[in-house]
Design a protein around this ligand. Sequence first.
Ligand SMILES: Nc1ncnc2c1ncn2[C@@H]1O[C@H](COP(=O)(O)OP(=O)(O)O)[C@@H](O)[C@H]1O
Ligand SMILES: [Mg+2]
Length: 324
Amino acid sequence: MPVAIEATDIRKRYPPDVQALDGVSLEVEAGTIFGVLGPNGAGKSTMTRVLCSLTRPDSGAASVSGIDVVAHPDQVRRVIGVVGQKHGSDPDATGRENLTLQGEFHGITGRELKARSAELLQRVDLTDAADRLVRTYSGGMTRKLDIAMGLLNRPQVLFLDEPTTGLDPDARTEMWHDIEELAAHQQMTIWLTTHYMDEADKLASQLVIVDRGRVVARGTPDQLKRELSGDTLVVELAEADDGRARAALAGVDGLSEVAVSGRTLRARTDDGGAMVPAVLSALEGHRVPVASVTVARPSLDEVYLRHAGRAFEQAQSDSAEVPA
Ligand SMILES: Nc1ncnc2c1ncn2[C@@H]1O[C@H](COP(=O)(O)OP(=O)(O)O)[C@@H](O)[C@H]1O
Ligand SMILES: [Mg+2]
């Protein structure tokens, strides 16, 4: 399979001391959706910007469609489409005007531009809204326009940085459908960053999980989940653990990888159902009040926890919102 994106040991530090990328290496097969999953602040946008030639890495090498992103940024920009985390459109112009502007930026003009804009508006289902100001669009419509703008120059590789963040559930589902269509029918390579586990699971054929500027796991969603055989036992405590819950579970045979994060306690076990009584009685013996117990098949969240050593939601709340 031809390689669409290749990166080797990319590092990027923001002064004075934020190591946004700490040696990222990855390879993306052409024609696939590649998921980059990680909490806020993991380095997803920085990595995206490096690959799009918008940010220079401090060290390391990267190429897109075989073109070195540092040596030939102009060539790279011709073969990629970029949909940034922030909206790329002008709210005081119509959808069609935004596409026209973007087309002119790429040197597309006249009849070709008109036809291409109309075709893209159709594809993202914005034909009826094409001549309305973008500020009257819903979040989902604005995101669709962003994608249409990213597609104008018929890119080989499309970069989508958190395309569904902030969308309501219906708009997200619709966006997932659009992204799948693009990959299936346009044979485009799609780089998709997200902090939603379910999105990576559903869309990506290969993915990396990133945390604090590093790749902590990689593979297909199924491979990553298969790594964890058996069940995950999740205990919601009535209050945050003061150490007693962990101590109680340390004495239970058949549990491994016991992890506590706030009120949530997780452990791996071969047979979750059979372990529930032993776990409950151990907690009761240590006077730890329990709110609920569930037995779950491994999720990407579990994979993340195993590799990054903390739960995904925890990582989300550890990192402040990042101004892009
Ligand atoms: N322009 C910048 N200046 C300083 N620090 C930055 C800048 N952009 C991002 N960062 C920091 O780099 C880290 C990675 O950010 P980012 O790549 O935006 O992560 P993500 O997209 O995964 O949320 C964060 O700690 C963030 O605060
Ligand atoms: Mg980001």
